[in-house]
Design a protein around this ligand. Sequence first.
Ligand SMILES: [Zn+2]
Length: 472
Amino acid sequence: MAQVDDKLKDYEIRKEGEAEILLHKRNAVFYNPVQFLWKSISDQVVHSKFTSFYGFGCYFEFTISRYAREVEGLGKVVALDNDKASVEDCKRNIKFNGASATSEVEAYLVDARIHMLMHPKEFDVVDLDPYGSPSIFLDSAVQAVADGGLLMCTATDMAVLCGTNGEVCYSKYGSFPTKGKYCHEMALRILLASIEVHSSASEIKNTPLKLSYIYQCVGCDSFHLQCLARTVPKKNNGVKHVPAIGPVVPQECSDCGKKFNVGGPIWSAPIHDQDWELHDIPLFFSLHNIAGTVKCTSPSLVMFRSAVLNAGYRISSTHVNPLGVKSDAPWDVIWDIMRCWVKNHPIKEQPRDTPGTAILSKSPKLEANFSRAVAALSKARAKKIKRFLPNPERHWGPKVRAGRKITSKHVSLLGPEAINGAVNGGGDCHKEGNGAAAPDNTAPEPEGIKEVVENEPSIKRQKTSDEPASEP
Ligand SMILES: [Zn+2]
């Protein structure tokens, strides 16, 4: 017994759901509590119908252990990593989780891409969870999923997908990001577009209808989507795909007169639950940002939503940002609403060459009606359901990547407790196991840390007038 205790002294036991894992104290950096909810959700999804499973990546010990312990009827779980220490940890934890886990789970030290390519369509579920970009695994992962199966993918290089480095994003995902408040939704849509291009030839012919380029005005908030293709009827039944007609925008923004950046392609087909937000409207804008562009105090969210609804268009919140709105109203209508708002809430004189001045120099064609529309409250707000919960503890979020130099910025963002663990264990942590032969370190700073910053709603530009614009 003393021997066992002695062996365990370097480990702490962490519990998630039904599973427990032994976490080496020096590797505490690899445990990310933020992923608990996601793992619980994926657990539920896998629960529903799947029986064979591929897991791979740094956090996989918990994921694998949880699948093995919690998902009934699971035939086989295969865990892959190219990092020896990770695979040993995984094997140790499979054993630690008892007989049921041991009989179902196999762990291999292997390049995950080669293994997956050698087992095409063999797995109902493939869960990619590398530390960094999943881009190099997408092709092999798509090939390994059985027809009707599920591919789960974690990308911790959100900063790249969000547009901090367009060149890196293009080199990894084949898509150029644009700058907008919608960056987190765009990130997901870039990843989806990138996965889609690896699908089979028969499926991919419909793909151009689901992909769009983004035209983002560099002066104001206006953005427009240009689909890659359209369908025309064939002579004898059916349809064929032909190039779309474009561009959807003039050379200069008709709202503010500035040029457009072109980004994408992104996945622009519906991805959201329509009970939650307008599912056919990709990307959103921020009410505070458009108020900031014309330098006015922002109308409340309810008033703005009412004005859009009263003008005959649809509008919804977005799950990404408390101040974000999705609408099918064209941008000239959105700006007309703001022009009418500014008429009643005058602003100080602004320099002549700003986009806001250009927008306000035009007279509105529409008389905005801000009186409260019945559907102006979001469903969540009407039911008094909180949609954007505070973090459960201070400095909530991923810890610093193993081996990374700790800066004062990390300390201020993540707190001294999170940093201490990384500093103490950082030197001899097992190196990141990407499952690939050559780990890819080209992603720039700050990855997960950036996430913490960008998840904060922007409150810098304007204060609201009547009531807070944010959700309850
Ligand atoms: Zn513009």
